[in-house]
Design a protein around this ligand. Structure first.
Ligand SMILES: NC(=O)c1ccc[n+]([C@@H]2O[C@H](COP(=O)([O-])OP(=O)(O)OC[C@H]3O[C@@H](n4cnc5c(N)ncnc54)[C@H](OP(=O)(O)O)[C@@H]3O)[C@@H](O)[C@H]2O)c1
Length: 348
């Protein structure tokens, strides 16, 4: 198999490594046919150690394998009830293949899929260990690989924010997670303000998901907002976050940090207003599943997705293949060279 390994201390530097796979009893080998590459994957690498994202796909000392979302097909199986040809959606390594240890019930994969019960994954968040039987209920596989993880996060954010302030400020408004949240929040009647790079402001406006779009340089003008306001910072830009806190002061009721893609911009010191809380989607999703039940969660998510999916006319899917294309694309992603219209999907 071919695997992309990145330097933990310089995540933009990756190499393609070829290695042999030997399946143990109970394991299954899958060929990864399509995975998405977005800023979210950069956050996985930035938090590889503290959030244990490096632990999903172990790599040699000093290196890490970045987790990605997508689809894979079983090519060999030594696990009872998992058959060659079956296809699953889930959390894979940035690689051509993956080895998992499926938990089957009565020697069968359940109608929903399976959990990877490999020992090294036992203590990691359950949502990442779940592999779902592939279907097209949420649209094409490219759209699913791009949006299933990000829209589910947007949905969880909206579930958390719905009872809060009626005005939302979303930083890194052009990210797919922010766009999903903006659409859902606007649909319930919230006032949604997007903060973004000057170059992406026109794109954000054209989506129609925002009541107001401001380039980062104008974050200070938020001092005219009446409040109460909640800030949702998608990419962890400490300078922008500080500007919003200063502009709104006590009118800011909540401050959430969703991602750390702006990993090169250090977080500011103590800020006026509520201290930022890191949002960890798996925890909030688990709480909602507890409250609504798994079927209730799925039904609400499906209804929200139906609302958003019809508005994706702006999305341009770009497919790339091979390490020679994936390595530079990863480097560009880490440097923040992302066209927000683009949905990048890849295979090795
Ligand atoms: N906490 C959680 O559980 C969780 C779950 C899912 C996603 N997330 C986070 O949500 C964020 C958005 O992810 P996504 O996959 O939706 O993003 P995406 O669609 O790939 O977003 C691209 C946008 O992010 C901004 N950006 C990303 N990296 C940058 C960099 N290095 N320098 C400058 N700008 C950068 C730019 O927006 P602007 O020009 O608008 O700034 C860019 O247009 C990520 O940080 C991700 O980790 C967190």
């Amino acid at each position: 198999m071919i695997e992309i390994q990145v330097r933990r201390d310089a995540i933009g530097d990756g190499v393609a490594v070829e290695r042999e796979v030997v399946l143990a009893e109970g394991e299954t080998l899958l060929a990864i046919e399509l995975f998405s590459m977005t800023a979210n994957n950069v956050t996985y690498a930035v938090h590889g150690v503290d959030f244990q994202y490096w632990n999903f796909w172990p790599a040699p000392e000093g290196r890490g394998v970045v987790p990605v979302w997508g689809f894979a097909r079983v090519v060999e199986s030594r696990a009872d009830g998992v058959e060659v040809g079956q296809r699953f959606y889930g959390y894979w390594p940035m690689a051509s293949h993956a080895v998992v240890r499926p938990r089957t019930l009565l020697g069968k994969v359940s109608a929903r899929g399976f959990d990877d019960v490999s020992e090294h994954r036992a203590k990691l968040a359950a949502v990442y260990n779940r592999y779902v039987t592939a279907d097209d209920a949420m649209g094409s596989e490219a759209v699913q690989a791009l949006f299933r993880p990000l829209f589910t996060t947007a949905f969880a954010l909206e579930a958390m924010l719905a009872d809060g302030p009626g005005t939302l400020v979303l930083a890194s408004a052009s990210s797919k997670t922010a766009l999903g949240l903006a659409a859902l929040a606007k649909a319930r009647g919230a006032r949604v303000i997007g903060l973004t790079s000057a170059a992406n402001a026109g794109f954000c406006e054209a989506t129609g998901y925002f009541d107001l779009v401001l380039p980062y340089e104008q974050s200070g003008t938020l001092d005219g907002e009446a409040g109460p306001v909640a800030l949702v910072d998608m990419a962890g830009n400490g300078v922008v976050r500080a500007a919003v806190h200063r502009a709104l002061g006590v009118r800011l009721e909540a401050s959430h940090v969703v991602g750390d893609t702006h990993w090169d911009v250090l977080a500011a010191d103590l800020l006026p207003g509520p201290q930022p809380q890191f949002f960890f989607a798996p925890t909030v999703i688990a709480e909602r599943v507890q409250e609504w039940g798994p079927a209730g969660f799925e039904a609400r998510l499906a209804a929200a997705w139906a609302l958003f999916a019809g508005s994706l006319g702006w999305l341009a899917v770009r497919e790339i293949a091979g390490a020679e294309a994936v390595l530079p694309a990863w480097g560009a992603l880490v440097r923040g060279e992302i066209d927000p219209r683009q949905g990048l999907v890849a295979r090795l």
